[in-house]
Design a protein around this ligand. Structure first.
Ligand SMILES: CC(=O)SCCNC(=O)CCNC(=O)[C@H](O)C(C)(C)COP(=O)(O)OP(=O)(O)OC[C@H]1O[C@@H](n2cnc3c(N)ncnc32)[C@H](O)[C@@H]1OP(=O)(O)O
Ligand SMILES: O=CC(=O)O
Ligand SMILES: [Mg+2]
Length: 567
């Protein structure tokens, strides 16, 4: 592998020893950089290491519980409400009051922690910016550490960026969005930081470094006495939110700030978690500021949870939208649950983005986004996500038109009707057909996404849609499922059955199409062939890998001075 193409080495390609000042038991294997050293201070690393030592066994246990649940589902069980926690679901309790600084979250922009994008997002007119170390970020050492530098400058209000090619300087406006930070999920290690000889837990690194450097400034500049604010991804069970709650309490104690200062919105984006929404809020009740419909990972999780249930195959990816009964039920129950507990019920991401060179197609894309947002606000969501600054005015208008001056609908939209939603509603098999074009699109998108991820981009525009780790996962697991069960493609009248041979031909043809679309030069310089190898392997493996990014992560790990990791 040509490491030089990533630009991760020093200009002279020399291997250098790290000069980070590390506390006992911590070893930094990532490249040394003076800017990074201001983040990776001895005290900040000690804070992260202490979190790792206190919580590592709890995290290992939670991951082991995920494995056990997976085995149960693979043996035919279905996820459902837990009888043991009925008292929580039926109990009369509420979460701590919402901090005034984030009571209005009508539109939230999301994006990776890239410097220019951080400034653009904070200036975008959105109420909140969710700075993403997760679905939208390829977690290379450079991206993660630069992201921490960028967020520190953003919280301090001093961030700027000079785009030399356009001679444009970016600075913060007087009025900016409130910052939420999304650390990685529990499953991802941070292989550039070893603690007692083991890779650190990725999310504790993201959370710990950001919290350590920014909590004090954040509470003054952004949170009006509260904060910092977080989004928490990909949890499956309330025992995982209990760990986060304990991490927050520990951090508050170390920082000497009031319990309940830190606030987090949990993404409900796994199928098992939809049956745990009350329990998740209950664990985090002093630190919660709502739940969010992470619809893309949720669809991915539906396939993953039912990987051994051939009677629950998904139709083409483009047909699995929020109007499918199981998706609508999930959103309705999330709204009811959040409002009953006094916190925000946030909507999710429409995948359409502005189309620059085709006004008619652009208008059609915008109409789809507006329709999605209108559905969300009338259902009772308190706010929504936008992937691109160009979508914010339209989303904002819809939420304002339907909510007026109210900051949210927590008290006004109780959705008592959703109390009757059953396990069957939440699990109902999505309707629709499967087509050869669906298989081709999954393949084309999956390969191009992995190629982008391997070269440092975690969110990319493909065929006029936003693609990130969650959407790419749907393409991967759907292909896997169709190959595994030899499904018939019944949507285009061809009646062809999917198998490895057919998939092999599709991969070849789609690679040729990608080469034609991106051009020979970019194709040669990019990592399309490597991406094709990973994606094909994952789609055809006898057992389904839990996460695409976990498998390919090893290929973006660059140890200094010792070389590639063997995680
Ligand atoms: C499933 C989930 O988890 S959803 C949440 C995770 N996913 C995301 O956050 C995706 C966020 N969005 C993006 O990354 C980008 O919008 C993409 C990759 C989809 C499209 O990017 P591009 O094609 O480069 O956008 P485009 O060229 O139209 O950008 C125009 C301008 O808007 C800016 N911009 C685009 N998206 C964003 C964003 N999300 N945040 C801030 N600025 C943005 C660009 O930086 C650019 O700025 P400039 O004019 O000053 O140079
Ligand atoms: O993180 C959001 C999602 O849809 O996945
Ligand atoms: Mg997600």
């Amino acid at each position: 592998m040509d490491l030089g193409t990533h630009g991760y080495r020093t200009p002279s390609e020399k291997r250098i020893d790290s000069h980070y000042d590390m506390p006992e038991g911590v070893d930094i294997r990532g490249r040394y950089d003076e800017e990074f050293a201001k983040i990776l201070t001895r005290d900040a690393l000690k804070f992260v290491a202490d979190l790792q030592r206190e919580f590592r066994n709890h995290i290992k246990y939670a991951i082991e519980c995920r494995r056990e649940a997976k085995n149960r589902y693979n043996e035919g069980a279905l996820p459902g409400f837990d009888p043991a926690t009925r008292y929580i679901r039926e109990g009369e309790w509420v979460c701590a009051p919402v901090p005034p600084s984030v009571s209005d979250r009508k539109v939230e922009i999301t994006g990776p922690v890239d410097r220019k994008m951080v400034i653009n997002a904070l200036n975008s007119g959105a109420k909140v910016f969710m700075a993403d170390f997760e679905d939208a970020l390829s977690p290379s050492w450079e991206n993660l550490m630069r992201g921490q530098v960028n967020l520190k400058d953003a919280v301090a209000g001093t961030i700027s960026f000079h785009d030399k090619s356009r001679n444009k300087v970016y600075k913060l406006n007087d009025q900016t969005a409130k910052l939420f930070v999304r650390p990685r999920g529990w499953h991802l290690p941070e292989a550039h930081i070893l603690i007692d000889g083991e890779p650190a837990t990725g999310c504790l690194v993201d959370f710990g470094l950001y919290f350590y450097h920014n909590h004090a400034t954040f509470r003054v500049n952004q949170g009006a006495g509260f904060g910092p604010f977080f989004y928490l991804p990909k949890m499956e069970n309330s025992r995982e939110s209990r760990i986060w709650n304990n991490v927050f309490e520990r951090a508050e104690k170390v920082a000497g700030i009031e319990r309940g200062s830190i606030r987090a919105t949990v993404l409900i984006e796994t199928l098992p978690a939809v049956f745990q929404m009350d329990e998740i809020l209950y664990e985090l009740r002093d630190h919660s500021v709502g739940l969010n419909c992470g619809r893309w990972d949720y669809i991915f999780s539906y396939v993953k949870t039912f990987q051994a249930h051939p009677d629950r195959l998904l139709p083409d990816r483009i047909l699995v939208g929020m109007t499918q009964h199981f998706m609508r039920s999930y959103s309705d129950l999330l709204i009811r649950t959040c409002h009953k507990r006094g916190v925000h019920a946030m909507g999710g991401m429409a995948a359409q983005i502005p189309i620059k060179d085709d006004p008619v197609a652009n208008e059609a894309a915008l109409e789809l986004v507006k329709k999605d947002k209108l559905r969300e606000v009338t259902a009772g969501h308190d706010g929504t996500w936008a992937a691109h600054p160009g979508l914010i005015p339209a989303c904002m208008e819809i939420f304002i038109n339907n909510m007026g001056n109210a900051p949210n609908q927590i008290k006004t939209m109780k959705r008592g009707d959703a109390a009757n939603l059953t396990e069957q509603d939440l699990l109902q098999i999505p309707r629709g057909t499967r087509s050869m074009e669906g298989l081709r699109l999954n393949t084309r998108v999956g390969i191009q996404y992995v190629a982008a991820w391997l070269t440092g981009s975690g969110s990319v525009p493909l065929y006029n849609l936003m693609e990130d780790a969650a959407t790419a996962e749907i393409s991967r697991v759907q292909n896997w499922q169709w190959i595994k069960y030899g499904v018939e493609l019944n949507g285009d009248g061809l009646g062809v059955k999917v198998n490895k041979e057919l998939f092999g031909r599709v991969v070849e043809e789609e690679m040729a199409r990608i080469e034609k679309e991106v051009g020979k030069e970019k194709f040669k310089k990019g990592m399309y062939k490597e991406a094709c190898k990973f994606f094909t392997k994952q789609c055809t493996s006898p057992t389904l890998d839990d996460f695409l990014t976990l498998d390919v992560y090893n290929h973006i790990v660059i140890h200094h001075p010792r070389g590639l990791s063997n995680l």
